[in-house]
Design a protein around this ligand. Structure first.
Ligand SMILES: Cc1cc2nc3c(=O)[nH]c(=O)nc-3n(C[C@H](O)[C@H](O)[C@H](O)COP(=O)(O)OP(=O)(O)OC[C@H]3O[C@@H](n4cnc5c(N)ncnc54)[C@H](O)[C@@H]3O)c2cc1C
Ligand SMILES: NC(=O)c1ccc[n+]([C@@H]2O[C@H](COP(=O)([O-])OP(=O)(O)OC[C@H]3O[C@@H](n4cnc5c(N)ncnc54)[C@H](O)[C@@H]3O)[C@@H](O)[C@H]2O)c1
Length: 448
C-alpha cells in the first residue's frame, strides 16, 4: 500500500521547494523527495556560492581601483580556505532554514531519490511507495560530461566549490554563463585564465554588448581563444595539456574547467514508460501551465525546456500550486520579460529581446538606442573603461521590447526596468522619468 498525499514533488531545489511550500500553504498534504541537500543547485552548487565568489572578486577589483583613487594599499591575498569556510557556513544556514520551514509547513520530506511507477505513484530507492493525484517533476539538471579522452582530468562547475586552493593557471572550456562567470571571477582572484570558446560567447545576449564584454575580459588579462574545439585532455592532475582541432599548443594548465552546458535529470525516473514527452536533449516538454504530455504529471525548473533560472523555476512552481491546489484555473507565470544577469566583470544584464532577435521578429520596424559612457568612478581614477546601454523599441508608439546593460551596477539596476517592461514600457515613459544623478541607471533615461 502506498501512502497517499495530495501532491508529490520530485526534487527539493528552487522549483520543487516553491511548489511544495505554496501547495502546503494552500492546505495540501505534500510529500517531497530528494537524495541530496535541500536547496538543489542554486543553494548548494550554483547561484549562492557563485555569488559569494563574485563578491570576493569584486572586492579584489575594488582594491585595485582604490589604489588608482590614491589609497595607500598593500597587496591583498584571499585566504581561500577561510573564505570557503565562511561561504559554506552561510549555505549550511540556508539549508537549515529550509528544513525548519518544511517541518513547520507539515511537508513530508524523504531524503531519497524517487521515480514514477505509474501516473499517480512514485517509489523511492528503498522501495517505499507514495501516491497522489498530482506529481511534479522538479529534478533539475547536472553539468554535461562529454565522452572525450581525458575528460576526467578536468572539473565541472560543482567541483569549483570544493577547491581547497585557487588554481594558478586554468583553462575554462565553454562560452555560456558558467564559463564566463568563472573565468571572470577566477581572473579577479589572481588566477591566470584562458577561455576556449567553440562557437559564440553568450549566444542569447545582445551581440554588441557581448563583444564589449569580451574586450573588457581580454583587457583584464583573460586569454580568449575562439572557434576551437577540444579533442582530448592529456597529462595528469595538476599538469594538463589540451589537444584541439586547430592543432595549437596552448601550454600546460594546473586546472581545467568544463563549462559546456547542462543535462536535464529526466532519465531513470519512469518518464519513458509513462510516455512523458521530452526534447532531443531530454528536457521535459511543458505547456504554459507546466502540464506535461501526461495528465497528472507536471514539471518545473531546469528539467523543462524553459529558461534555466532560479526565479523562473520558483514562479513556475508557485503558479502550478495555485492552479492545482488553490483552484485558480488560469494561474501561470508571465515569461514575457524575464530579466537575466551574467555575473561577469563587469556584469551584463538583459531583459526582453536582443537587437538581433528584435530585427528578426520586427524587421525595420525597430529603433535601437545605444549609449557608451565611462562611469564616474573610473573617470576619477583616470581609467577609460566604458559601460554600454541599449534600448530597443518597436512600432510607431515606441514600445520598449529590449533593455541591455553592461557595466558596474547593471546587475542591480535592471530589476526596476524589468518590472516596468512587464507592465508595458514606452520610450516616452523613459523620457518623462526623472533621473537619479549621478548613477549608472540614469544612463538609460539619458539615451537619445
Ligand atoms: C554554477 C551555476 C550558477 C548559477 N547561477 C545562477 C544565478 O546567478 N541566477 C539564477 O537565476 N540561476 C543561476 N543558476 C541556475 C539555477 O541554479 C537553476 O536554474 C535552478 O537551481 C533550477 O532549479 P530546479 O529546482 O529546477 O533544479 P535544481 O535546483 O537542480 O534541483 C533539483 C533537485 O532534484 C533532485 N533530484 C534529482 N533527481 C531526483 C530524483 N529522482 N528524485 C528526487 N529528487 C531528485 C536533485 O538532487 C536536486 O536537489 C546557476 C546554475 C549554476 C550551475
Ligand atoms: N547568472 C545566471 O543567472 C546563471 C549563471 C550560471 C548558469 N545559469 C543558467 O544555467 C544554464 C546553464 O549554464 P551553462 O553555462 O552550463 O550552459 P550554457 O548553455 O549557457 O552554455 C554552454 C556553452 O558550452 C558550449 N559548448 C557546448 N558543448 C561544447 C563542447 N563540446 N565544447 C566546447 N563548448 C561547448 C556552448 O556553445 C555554450 O557556449 C544557463 O543557460 C543559465 O540559464 C544562470
Amino acid at each position: 500500500m502506498a501512502d497517499r498525499f495530495d501532491l508529490i514533488v520530485l526534487g527539493a531545489g528552487s522549483g520543487g521547494l516553491s511548489v511544495a511550500q505554496r501547495a502546503a500553504k494552500l492546505g495540501a498534504r505534500v510529500a517531497m523527495f530528494d537524495p541530496d541537500a535541500l536547496g538543489g543547485t542554486c543553494t548548494n552548487r550554483g547561484c549562492v556560492p557563485k555569488k559569494a565568489m563574485w563578491f570576493a572578486a569584486q572586492m579584489a577589483d575594488m582594491h585595485r581601483l582604490a589604489a588608482d583613487f590614491g589609497f595607500e594599499t598593500t597587496p591583498m591575498r584571499l585566504d581561500w580556505a577561510r573564505f570557503r569556510k565562511l561561504r559554506d557556513q552561510y549555505i549550511t544556514g540556508i539549508r537549515h532554514r529550509y528544513k525548519e520551514r518544511l517541518e513547520a509547513a507539515g511537508i513530508h520530506v524523504v531524503m531519497e531519490a524517487a521515480r514514477l511507477i505509474s501516473v499517480d505513484t512514485v517509489e523511492t530507492t528503498s522501495g517505499a511507495r507514495f501516491s497522489a493525484p498530482h506529481i511534479v517533476v522538479a529534478t533539475g539538471a547536472r553539468p554535461h560530461r562529454q565522452d572525450l579522452p581525458g575528460f576526467e582530468l578536468g572539473m565541472v562547475s560543482d567541483d569549483i566549490f570544493t577547491l581547497e586552493v585557487a588554481p594558478r593557471h586554468i583553462m575554462v572550456v565553454g562560452g555560456g554563463y558558467v564559463a564566463v562567470e568563472f573565468a571572470c571571477v577566477l581572473r579577479a582572484l589572481g588566477c591566470e585564465v584562458d577561455l576556449l570558446i567553440r562557437e559564440n560567447m553568450l549566444g542569447n545576449f545582445d551581440a554588441e554588448l557581448v563583444a564589449a564584454l569580451m574586450e573588457r575580459m581580454q583587457a583584464h588579462g583573460i586569454r580568449i581563444v575562439r572557434r576551437s574545439q577540444v579533442i582530448a585532455a592529456e597529462g595528469k592532475p595538476g599538469a594538463i595539456t589540451l589537444k584541439t582541432d586547430d592543432g595549437a599548443d596552448y601550454g600546460v594548465y594546473d586546472a581545467l574547467l568544463w563549462a559546456i552546458g547542462r543535462v536535464p535529470n529526466s532519465e531513470h525516473i519512469g518518464l519513458e514508460a509513462l510516455g512523458v514527452a521530452r526534447d532531443e536533449e531530454g528536457h521535459i516538454l511543458v505547456d504554459a501551465f507546466q502540464n506535461t504530455s501526461v495528465s497528472g504529471v507536471y514539471a518545473v525548473g531546469d528539467v523543462t525546456d524553459r529558461w534555466a533560472l532560479t526565479p523562473v523555476a520558483v514562479a513556475a512552481g508557485r503558479s502550478l500550486a495555485d492552479r492545482l491546489i488553490g483552484g485558480d484555473a488560469n494561474a501561470r507565470f508571465d515569461d514575457t520579460a524575464v530579466p537575466s544577469v551574467v555575473f561577469s566583470e563587469p556584469p551584463l544584464g538583459m531583459v526582453g529581446l536582443t537587437e538581433q532577435h528584435a530585427r528578426a521578429r520586427y524587421g525595420d520596424d525597430i529603433a535601437v538606442h545605444t549609449g557608451r559612457y565611462t562611469p564616474l568612478m573610473f573617470m576619477v581614477a583616470g581609467r577609460s573603461q566604458q559601460s554600454v546601454v541599449k534600448i530597443i523599441c518597436v512600432g510607431t508608439n515606441h514600445k520598449v521590447v529590449g533593455i541591455h546593460v553592461l557595466g558596474p551596477g547593471s546587475d542591480e539596476l535592471l530589476q526596476g526596468f524589468a518590472v516596468a517592461m512587464q507592465k508595458g514600457l514606452y520610450w516616452r515613459d523613459l523620457k518623462a522619468s526623472i533621473a537619479i544623478h549621478p548613477t549608472a541607471a540614469e544612463e538609460l533615461l539619458l539615451l537619445h
